[in-house]
Design a protein. Sequence first.
Lengths: 347, 347, 347
Amino acid sequence: MEATLMDLAAMVGGNLNGDPEKLIFNTASFEMATEDDITYAAGASYLKKINECSAGAVIVPLGTVIDGVNTIDAASPEGAFAKVKMFFHKPESMAREINESAYIGLNLIFGSEVAIGPFAVIADNVTIGDRVSIFPGAYIGDNVVIGDDAVIYPNVTIGQNCIIGKRVSIHAGTVIGSDGFGYTQDEGKTIKIPHTGIVHIEDDVEIGALNTVDRAVHDKTLIKQGVKTDNMVHIAHNVIVGERTLIMAHAGISGSVEIGTDSIIGGQSGVVDHVKIGDMVYIAPRTAVVKSVETGESVGGTPALPYKLALKVIAAIPKLPGALKRLASLEKKVEAFINSQTQDKEK
Amino acid sequence: MEATLMDLAAMVGGNLNGDPEKLIFNTASFEMATEDDITYAAGASYLKKINECSAGAVIVPLGTVIDGVNTIDAASPEGAFAKVKMFFHKPESMAREINESAYIGLNLIFGSEVAIGPFAVIADNVTIGDRVSIFPGAYIGDNVVIGDDAVIYPNVTIGQNCIIGKRVSIHAGTVIGSDGFGYTQDEGKTIKIPHTGIVHIEDDVEIGALNTVDRAVHDKTLIKQGVKTDNMVHIAHNVIVGERTLIMAHAGISGSVEIGTDSIIGGQSGVVDHVKIGDMVYIAPRTAVVKSVETGESVGGTPALPYKLALKVIAAIPKLPGALKRLASLEKKVEAFINSQTQDKEK
Amino acid sequence: MEATLMDLAAMVGGNLNGDPEKLIFNTASFEMATEDDITYAAGASYLKKINECSAGAVIVPLGTVIDGVNTIDAASPEGAFAKVKMFFHKPESMAREINESAYIGLNLIFGSEVAIGPFAVIADNVTIGDRVSIFPGAYIGDNVVIGDDAVIYPNVTIGQNCIIGKRVSIHAGTVIGSDGFGYTQDEGKTIKIPHTGIVHIEDDVEIGALNTVDRAVHDKTLIKQGVKTDNMVHIAHNVIVGERTLIMAHAGISGSVEIGTDSIIGGQSGVVDHVKIGDMVYIAPRTAVVKSVETGESVGGTPALPYKLALKVIAAIPKLPGALKRLASLEKKVEAFINSQTQDKEK
């Protein structure tokens, strides 16, 4: 694939400074780009070393002009570069058809330009919007609804009755709608609490690879519009995750937790059940959240402390062994001094 | 689906107080229930606010009678409600047949009313009991034995020779019988230790979604009767997990660990290899167990401490930065005082 | 299967002391072995209790001879035993053919003795070396290259363009080439950064079950020769893992981290993005690495401290609650003494 710089400038709506006819064949990182590639300068530090960059063209911040370098400017060079990448590279994709090796249950309702791969299983009474892609090996349970432009990657499992919004991506191996972990005692026996609720994933959500999102006991586990999760995130039954919240790898959210909008849950963090996390909360990586966190707060540590205090604790902890020695030594010193003074007096 | 309150009372063996002919169409949570739903009151706090509940009927503790509310009583309202839920909701299920799109290897022995879904793979010499369900995309290796009423959810992998008990559920994406992580040195090269043992899962075990249970080096990794694991639990080679023990999400159990009966391993906990954990042990979430834990003990922290001490440590840690300042200040104060006293004497 | 001790001695190149015609039918652990089994003595502690061992023969350290016990000696008894195990036990395997139930895309190039299982999906333009095994339910994306003797276990997903080396094993359910977690802002909207790089896994790598290795933003995420990962390891975009490094279960490596050769990353550890970890580094289990670690260093703790200091901190932490009490008491004592002295003087 190829494009002239003139075409690329038009594509991102930026000003071209350089040779409009120059052909570009690919995108590359600032460090690895060659004469055939376009790259971008993320900020001032990249502009300073732009003469070390061998790219055929560089996307730069708005208004930047550099002698002898082909540039296209953009308010967000990274955003503009993303558009250019999407031109040169096609994402994992399939033919827009229902592959004859897929299994299609009863009463499938589907939109236009749907792609269903080999060995995908669509159980009964499923509804699939326009341009949905369901990759090989994915399992879509009875009564599931999937919105327009959603992409379900290979070997994903979506349990019965779940609702998946528009433009949702669910990466490979993820399990949506597994039973929550819930048991009760009846007549001296452990019995499983039937999980009859669903998982509802709203529009524009991206769920990473190998996530688990458990269905609710009743009602629904709810992942709201614009949420993004990294890989190996576990979200338990009845959780609500607010709009645009980000959850990083290996984080675990226990049952019935409510998380607000625009929050960030760091990697390997854990949140105990039934707490509330407000909007715009920052939870540092490896934090153990054991009580509710108010809107706007930042927390860190095990268990979670206000972030500034957590940083102080982190700085203090290596000093603890020395401090214990100093404390013991001071105790002796004080004891000895008091004794000596007392003896002095007794003399 | 629908049932009269009379029928539902008979179903759970409870006393009905109210209209026996009233029709109920569904179950719901206490908060979300409507006139068509039945719900339950988990305890006294729910009974107090029962007039806020719009349910058509409420399952209540034994002997409870409330004016103007249709109630059914039960020793365990939650247990009775579970039964009612199982009447109204069918779990993820399949036609009781071997789907023609499944792959069936040589010498399959299978019981009655077996369900094997599309694109499930049954390798050679497999034995499957009565009423077993094997969902689409599951892989069952050579010589595997699966007991009556077991349910293997989509995209599960069970490696060769493993044994799965009766009434076992294995949730989607889980891997049973992966090789343990074991290497040795021979003639200066790293070589893999062949893992020739199996995983044996006894009756009534429920394994969550996206678990890994590694096969033993020799002999077997053993998950005993009634164990329940949450999602993303890792159980390494040669581990033994005792009867009815619960293991929460993201917990990792290292090689050759032995865990007793009726213990609870909290979420995101880790247990180092070769330690023993007794019966009725409680391991708090996010605990790092680095040595054996006796029967009946509770532990928490990294590394694990007796639980009460762990709570004290947790309460003490935020005070550490301040304590370091106080210590330094006290050191100066003592130093200054001793100096002043010594000078006094010298005068 | 069976073999004489003479044959087994020849197989491992060791000296037989005992009955050359004795038949052995299986391998077993030292504790569980019977007269029909061969086992090995891992070290001096096993040799001491060799009369408690019922094995038909024991592999022992070089030069060891024990009266009345059939022994074969070897420089590495464990290594020799591994060879014997590989004789008696066949690993999970398939017929050397492309199963007619597999889906094969356009332009597959493949070597000799390839095994592709039922319902495996090979997308377009894939290249597969000699003796490669691709188990049921695995998905191999467009343009993927897989080297000789690689084994791709059931339900693995390998995204487009990725490169897998020779003798690589990728265990069940693992996802190679998922998108990295990367978003940027453009015109006030969150947009996804297209991940157009690949994952390149070099020769002799073993990736455990349910791992995720994300593709690079550009260029590649690189897992070098001889790396071994345990289960549920997450490796983010643009990471480089050096030769022969081991990564234990539930560890998470954030974006653009570079790890050197022959290092060990303990279970449940986390490494923040963009740091460098040198060669022969030891990262203890449950460590949070927040800055670069030099070659040869050992670290532990949250956040990571030099290992010896981490051990001192671990020993000190339980003393913290008591130390706070001692500090308060010492403060009072000093205060009281100073006051008393001052009053004395005032008198």
